[in-house]
Design a protein around this ligand. Structure first.
Ligand SMILES: Nc1ncnc2c1ncn2[C@@H]1O[C@H](COP(=O)(O)OP(=O)(O)OP(=O)(O)O)[C@@H](O)[C@H]1O
Ligand SMILES: [Mg+2]
Length: 221
């Protein structure tokens, strides 16, 4: 479960204040799959970064899996994020100097027992259809393959929540379809809560619900 109550985020640049989120209230049940749409610059990424614990400079309350993010220390939040939340971005954010399986294993290196996730990371690489890319480096992969690696990495710690910021934004139509199909299947298989920012109505149509961010507030479509 995720709960946002009266969340505000303002960016200050010198004497200029940009009020991006102006009282966002949102209740998300476990296992929901939700698309977030809205015009460029409305604050979709800002909102996702708050839920993902990447940005703490907000007012209001954010509860993820029963825990208030604002009550955690930075260290607690980092650990919480690594265990509970998977993140997927438009530009993949893979480490070029690590192999595909090292990229997938990366989040586990910050856990107590990385060894315990070795089998899962192999299974995930297989699951996303890239078992034959083990030992390869990301710069040798196509965009769709890179995103599959990023998805496997986001899932390796068995997070409860998967946050995706325009995950198909850099992919062609056909590859977007394939990645979307993968998201749909994984959402069901993993029983995960899926929140996906997108500009693509076909992708939004594949989720259970669509929310629109407008004038600093979130509305149901
Ligand atoms: N760190 C920052 N400092 C100052 N302003 C910022 C910062 N991050 C975002 N903004 C501003 O906040 C607004 C919302 O940005 P955000 O990236 O959340 O929009 P978005 O809805 O994700 O847009 P897009 O669809 O183009 O990705 C924009 O006007 C942006 O310039
Ligand atoms: Mg954005």
């Amino acid at each position: 479960m995720i709960d946002l109550s009266d969340v505000h985020r303002t960016f200050v640049d010198g004497s200029h204040e940009l009020k991006v989120l102006q009282g966002v209230n949102w209740h998300i049940e476990d296992g929901d799959s939700i698309a977030v749409m809205g015009r460029s610059g409305t604050g979709k990424s800002t909102l996702l970064n708050l839920i993902g614990g990447l940005d703490r400079k907000y007012k209001g309350g954010i509860k993820v899996d029963g825990q208030s993010l604002e009550k955690m220390s930075d260290k607690e939040l980092t650990r919480f994020r690594n265990e509970k939340i998977g993140l997927v971005f438009q530009s993949f954010h893979l480490m070029d100097q690590l192999t595909t399986e090292e990229n997938v294993m990366l989040p586990t290196w910050f856990s107590q027992k990385p060894g315990e996730y070795h089998q899962r990371s192999c299974d995930l690489l297989q699951r996303v259809g890239l078992a034959d890319k083990i030992g390869k480096y990301p710069n040798r992969l196509s965009g769709g393959e890179k995103q599959r690696i990023a998805i496997a990495r986001a899932l390796v710690m068995q997070p409860k929540i998967l946050l995706c910021d325009e995950p198909t934004g850099n992919l062609d139509e056909q590859t977007s379809e394939e990645v979307l199909q993968l998201f749909k299947e994984l959402h069901q298989e993993e029983g995960i809560t899926l929140i996906m920012i997108t500009h693509d109505h076909r992708i939004a149509a594949a989720t259970q619900k669509t929310m629109v961010l407008k004038n600093g507030r979130l509305e149901q479509d």
